[in-house]
Design a binder for this molecule. Structure first.
Ligand code: NAD
Length: 347
């Protein structure tokens, strides 16, 4: 079985069924909005608290609402008449953000709590929640050569403080709305997602975008140095955005996965030092490395165990990191140059 054999929105829904995407001014929900639009859906509602001018993607024909979804009334408005609701709104960023702003991360629980209730009351058929590998027990992530995390590793619970605990609690809300109220929920635990139209500057960016930007900056400014957070031996896996959107669609429409958290990530493990080497190769430059040991660096190692997703969907994310990073690098370089030329960009 492969991707084409799994039920997806295009085979399950009518083209004029209303799909609601929360956090659509951001990276992943922005890409998901475009994905559904390209599948031919004619009623898509994109919602984000950011002003429209700051959204990464604006997709033609999509209804766009600027609403703060921490508030119940706004969630009710967002979910009116929805057939499917995808909640990807959260106050989040890379390690630099989630280690410093735990209160903001925890407060995202308000978004999921009100969105779930509003989706339920609106009679939605399906609800998606974007969880994270940060929900896993941190005790299992102390070694760069860690074993990959499987779904059962979230319990006994010892999630990343702030951000990870919010994800774990919101997962439980989704599970109980199915168990007690019959709302069909789906939960994916994303492992680092990267690609064009994501945060690349300003403090919320994640490692792939930050490293691409630093290489581009060094080239542009004639510098021969790059600053790396930590010793660079920390390991992660990185999933390209197109794998993420396709995976979400399959997870949401797979009845075997109802209310069942599942990894959605690449299982190709790479150290941050090797990720820098890859970005340098793409940029055609080699830089001296300075390691900032005081900077946030997160857990020592984290990878996705994909046995469950392979078993259920016969599919897993497979875009080679070199290919995805090249597309990301090229997009960030264009943003960087546009900004330098005084054009408006989103970061
Ligand atoms: P993002 O920051 O680009 O997008 C999130 C969007 O949510 C932003 O546009 C933000 O303005 C919006 N938002 C925040 N608070 C809001 C509110 N109160 N009301 C309305 N909108 C609000 O992040 P992303 O990378 O697209 O992540 C999407 C989801 O996936 C999040 O839930 C995140 O925790 C999860 N996730 C992402 C990654 C990753 O690598 N990007 C990894 C694991 C989990």
């Amino acid at each position: 079985m492969g991707a084409k054999d799994n039920p997806k929105a295009a085979s399950v829904l009518n083209k004029d069924d209303l799909i609601v995407l929360a956090g659509a001014g951001g990276f992943i929900a922005g890409a998901l909005t475009r994905y559904f639009h390209d599948q031919g859906f004619t009623r898509i509602r994109a919602v984000d608290k950011k002003p429209l001018g700051q959204w990464y993607q604006r997709v033609p024909g999509v209804e766009c609402l600027c609403l703060d979804l921490q508030y119940e009334d706004n969630c009710k408005r967002a979910c009116e008449d929805a057939i499917e609701v995808y909640n990807l709104a959260a106050d989040m960023g890379g390690m630099g953000f989630i280690e410093r702003f735990r209160v903001e991360c925890l407060r995202s629980i308000l978004i999921n709590t009100h969105m779930l209730e509003s989706a339920y009351r609106a009679g939605a058929q399906r609800y998606f929640f974007s969880s994270s590998a940060c929900a896993y027990n941190v005790e299992l992530q102390k070694d760069p050569n860690c074993r990959a995390l499987k779904e059962s590793d979230a319990y006994p619970a010892m999630a990343e403080r702030g951000y990870g605990w919010e994800k774990l609690m919101s997962e439980m809300f989704c599970q109980e709305y199915w168990a007690e109220r019959g709302l069909r929920t789906a939960i994916a635990r994303f492992h680092n997602v990267y690609g064009p139209y994501g945060t690349w500057d300003g403090g919320r960016e994640k490692a792939p975008a930050a490293i691409c930007r630093k290489v581009i900056e060094a080239k542009d400014q004639g510098s021969d140095e790059i600053v790396i957070w930590g010793d660079g031996h920390q390991t992660r896996s990185f999933m390209y955005i197109d794998d993420c959107t396709q995976g979400i669609d399959m997870i949401v429409h797979c009845d075997k996965l109802t209310a069942t958290p599942i990894n959605l990530g690449s299982d190709f493990l790479i150290s941050i030092n090797d990720l820098v080497s890859l970005a340098e190769r793409i940029g055609g430059i080699t830089l001296k490395r300075r390691h900032d040991m005081a900077a946030p660096k997160g857990v020592a190692g984290r990878n996705s165990d994909n046995a469950f997703i392979r078993q259920i969907l016969g599919w897993e994310p497979s875009t080679p990191l070199e290919d995805g990073l090249k597309k990301t690098y090229d997009w960030i370089e264009r943003q960087y140059m546009d900004r330098k030329a005084g054009k408006r960009t989103v970061s």
